[in-house]
Write a protein that binds this ligand. Structure first.
Ligand SMILES: [Zn+2]
Length: 127
């Protein structure tokens, strides 16, 4: 992969992440990300930072509908050994949240995990 292309892609990544990039450039970036692990990693990092910042600055909001349920369902399957249901209904909400975040990060709900950890950080800042 040519470095010039990588430089160009990275220079427009913020616009790609926040959706302000014109459609044609978006698809070019998307194509490149599919083939370039380095830029893909950079993109994931920027997206996580953005998600965390968004959760910190935005008013309290609910996680996407159905996401929590599907997370719980996937971890409650025979393959998922983590006793997540018990943890969530446990007596210590903070601990449950941490377990949930860990479970989500280990599974497919990485977006939800960053949303959740940002909420935890914000809660800590307040106290
Ligand atoms: Zn690249």
């Amino acid at each position: 992969m040519s470095e010039r292309v990588c430089d160009e892609v990275r220079s427009v990544l913020p616009g790609y992440v926040d959706g302000s990039l014109p459609r044609l450039r978006r698809s070019l970036v998307r194509l490149h990300l599919r083939r370039c692990a380095t830029c893909q990693a950079e993109f994931s990092g920027q997206r996580q930072v953005r998600a965390a910042l968004h959760a910190l600055t935005a008013p309290a909001e609910s996680p996407p509908t159905g996401l929590l349920e599907s997370l719980l369902e996937s971890t409650a399957s025979p393959r998922g050994a983590v006793p997540l249901r018990g943890a969530v209904s446990g007596a210590r909400p903070a601990l449950s949240l941490a377990l949930l975040a860990a479970g989500a990060a280990a599974g497919t709900g990485v977006g939800y995990a960053s949303w959740l950890s940002a909420r935890v950080v914000r809660r800590r800042l307040r106290h």
